[in-house]
Design a protein around this ligand. Structure first.
Ligand code: NAD
Ligand code: ZN
Length: 382
């Protein structure tokens, strides 16, 4: 061995567990409690304020459950943080979580149990990951989007410098517990939001799933339990497979396929000043990227029509006044390029299950794609 060069490929195994159930604090509790390391663990429950207000019975039930299982859990006082994107915009949220972790004596063997939508999971998960260089996290996602995408991801983070997810870390939660009963109190708007990510991942990876979404879009929009739960599970599985089998869980490569439709979505979310929710912006972003694939000669307008059709039938509004200003949207491409590290890689879809990457996208091309998108949206509405 060279005396002044020590090198090794560090292998750090991580278990990534996602479990689905209907009642995590009733008869099915063994399904997640049995996944935890043995012994008694200090646990800090943190609740999304919007969720807590919409489903007020949940917090006392969780607290009673943890108290009743005192051989496994030593409960700290619950914390409630603001729900929605404000959790990622206001640094005081991170401060309040860190303060609770400190005052409640949460250590590296303890858990922060997060109940919330994608924004609260991202923000509170980020706080937990920097306390003591990483406290263990249990995620209890409470939105469709958090159950079928955000909660599965191994990313945490908050918005900074007026950019989405600028500050954050990769950290794998100890377990993700997707309890369908936590979704009951969602507004129709937040319910719908999660399904654009299901369309996204089906377009990228599973043509058959895309067909099923086309077939059941209306039932999902009407909150049919069977069709919605099946689609959430499949979307979660496709996201999970990408992370655990895709070979790039911490995104060292330049391509980020799961960000299909997101360069414009992230920008639209910012430009609309909260008017568009993440999933709503992703629906528009998928439409723009389908139009882009047609402009590039890789996809047919029939494909574009199918993409817009399923999103329309799910109930998404696919136009937005912000699309009047393609130049403002185009900044999203530059932010994407900067975030990836200089070289642009956008993953697009040519047909369901078939993707390709591009490395250049000029303003003319983007403007034409936006115009093509808007003109097809108009045909859907007549
Ligand atoms: N980390 C990742 O891999 C990843 C992936 C996708 C999206 N995201 C992030 O997720 C966020 C979007 O998440 P979202 O769509 O869950 O929205 P959200 O977290 O903004 O929540 C939407 C609203 O629903 C409320 N809410 C939550 N659960 C509820 C319930 N059961 N009943 C009633 N109200 C409830 C919240 O308080 C909030 O007002 C974005 O910030 C996005 O960037 C992260
Ligand atoms: Zn997303």
């Amino acid at each position: 061995m060279n005396p002044d060069l020590f090198q090794s490929d560090l292998q750090i195994p991580r278990r990534h567990v996602v479990v689905f159930c209907d009642d995590a604090f009733g008869p099915q509790s063994d399904r997640w409690v049995d996944l935890l390391p043995e012994g008694c663990h200090r646990i800090l429950p943190v609740f999304d304020g919007g969720f807590d207000a919409a489903l007020p019975a949940c917090r006392p039930r969780v607290e009673a459950f943890l108290d009743a299982h005192s051989s496994r859990f030593d409960r700290a006082s619950s914390l409630v943080v603001p729900g929605g994107e404000v959790a990622k915009n206001d640094p005081k949220v991170i401060d309040s979580v860190l303060a609770s972790i400190h005052s409640e004596n949460i250590c590296r063997q303890s858990f922060v149990a997060i109940f919330g939508g994608g924004a609260v999971l991202d923000a509170v998960g980020f706080a937990a990951s920097i306390a003591h260089r990483g406290v263990k996290v249990l995620r209890f996602p409470t939105t469709t989007l958090a159950q079928d995408d955000a909660g599965i991801g191994v990313k945490n983070g908050v918005n900074h410098h007026n950019e989405k997810n600028w500050q954050g870390v990769f950290a794998v939660p100890t377990a993700v517990i997707n309890d369908f009963s936590l979704l009951e109190s969602l507004s129709d708007r937040d319910w719908r939001s999660g399904f654009s990510e299901a369309v996204k991942v089906a377009l990228l990876k599973d043509a058959r799933e895309f067909e099923l979404l086309e077939k059941h879009a209306d039932a999902i929009a009407h909150r049919s339990e069977a069709e919605s739960q099946r689609s959430i599970i499949r979307s979660a599985e496709l996201h999970w497979r990408h992370i655990v089998e895709g070979g790039d869980p911490f995104e060292d490569e330049v391509a980020r396929p799961l960000d299909y439709g997101h360069w414009s979505a992230h920008r639209l979310e910012r430009l609309s000043d909260g008017d568009l929710k993440h999933g709503e912006a992703v629906a528009i972003g998928l439409g723009i990227d389908a139009a882009l694939a047609v402009e590039l000669g890789h996809a047919t307008s029939e494909f574009q029509h199918r993409v817009l059709g399923v999103l329309h039938n799910l109930g998404f509004t696919l136009d937005h006044p912000q699309l009047d200003d393609p130049a403002a949207l185009f900044v999203g491409i530059e932010q994407f390029r900067a975030h990836l590290g200089g070289a642009l890689t956008l993953t697009l879809v040519a047909e369901p299950g078939v993707s390709f990457d591009i490395h250049e996208a000029d303003f003319d091309l983007i403007s034409k794609a936006i115009e093509r998108h808007r003109s097809m949206v108009r045909t859907l509405l007549v």
